[in-house]
Design a protein around this ligand. Sequence first.
Ligand code: HEM
Length: 213
Amino acid sequence: MSAATTINGGLRRVPAWPLYILGAGYMVWEFWQALNGLGPYGVEPINVLEREYGEIALILLIAGLTVTPLRTWTGVNLIKFRRAIGLLAFFYVLAHFLVFTVLDVQTIGRVVTEVIKRPYVTVGFLGFLALIPLAVTSNNWSIRRIGPVRWRRLHKLTYPAALLGALHYIWLVKGWPLEPFLYMGAVIALLVLRLNWTKIRAILIPSRQQTNS
Ligand code: HEM
C-alpha cells in the first residue's frame, strides 16, 4: 500500500468541521489579545491585528491552492477540507477588511479614498471582490444550481484572488523583505503546477508523426 493511500485512509476519518472551529477560534483569540494589548499587540494593536488577519488570509488562500496539485502530484487527497479552507480564507479577508474600515480608517469617505488613491489597497480590494462570489457559492445547493462545470469555472477566481493578495502584500511593504516574495513565489508555483502539462508538451514538442508529415 502506498503512503498516499495510507494517509488518505486516515484522513477519511477526520471530519472537516473542526477546521471552522479552529479558524473562528483563532480569529477571536487574536481579536481578544488585540483588545487587551497582549502579546504582539502592545503597540498599535489595530494595525497589528489588520496585518495578522491579512497574512492568515493569504496563507489560507495558498493552502486552498495546494489541494489540487498535492492530489495530482502525490495522490494525497485533501479535497474534503478545501471548502473549509476557502471559506476561512474569505472570512479572514473580511475580518481584515473590517478592521481596516471600521477600526482603522473609520469613515466610508476615507475608505473610498484609500481604495481609489492607494494602488496596494485597490489591488487588495479587487482580491476581496473576487472572493465574494466564491464564498457565496461555496455550498452544495449552489453547485447543483449553477452546474458543476460552470461552478468549477467560477471558482477559478481563486487564482486571481491569490495573485492579487500576494501582489497587494509586495506593494505595501517597504524595501525588499523576503516574506511577500515567498508568498508570491508559492502562488505562482502552485498555478504553474496546475497547468495541463500533457497538453503543453504536445504543443511544444509535436509528436514524431506530426513532425514527419
Ligand atoms: C485577497 C484579499 C487580501 C489579502 C490576501 C490581503 C493580505 C494582506 C497582507 C498579507 C498584508 C500584510 C500583512 C503583514 O504585514 O504581515 C496586508 C496588509 C494590508 N491590507 Fe490587505 N489583503 C487583502 C485585502 C485587503 C483589502 C480589501 C483591504 C482594504 C480595502 C486591505 C488593506 C490592507 C492594508 C491597509 C494593509 C496594511 C496595514 C498597515 O500596515 O498599515 N487588504 N493585507
